[in-house]
Unconditional design. Sequence first.
Length: 183
Amino acid sequence: MTLYGVESESDRHVARCLKELKLKTKRRYRPSWDDYFMKLAYLAAERSNCVKRRVGCVLTRDKRVIATGYNGTPKGMENCSDGGCPRCNATGNVSGTSLDRCLCLHAEENTLLEAGRERIGEGAILYCDTCPCLTCAIKIVQCGISEVVYAKKYATDSESLAILSQGGVTTRIYSRLPEIAVV
């Protein structure tokens, strides 16, 4: 930058700052597919009405969203956050236990139900902000999902990952927590 052919220190400072921002890098303008879909999973989790854990999920194929879901009580029932689920509203439950008393559908279940087996098809990838539980892992295998990408661990990871592996489902841990704009 020059003004009348003379470059000032402040001009050089501005030029350095602009260079540090890396404005021309693709990552600055456009998130990777993993970043994009995981951000959508985190956004879906914000719709959850569960008082214990908010989970979001996105099902994709060929870089297109097929369905999204979040955890909460079934349609027409009192929301978990309003006292609808006895397990979630009880005190003393340890993560991953007493799941048979939970009335909430998991984010993965809601996503699979929304999509339907016919729409899932070969090559589908499920993005979830939390590792699927054992029950959801079984359903994921049954629906023919090819890959599961998750960000956070859960109490039943080892059992779930074993089922997914036996069912031919590739799993990956998403290593970057997405930066989500809070409105």
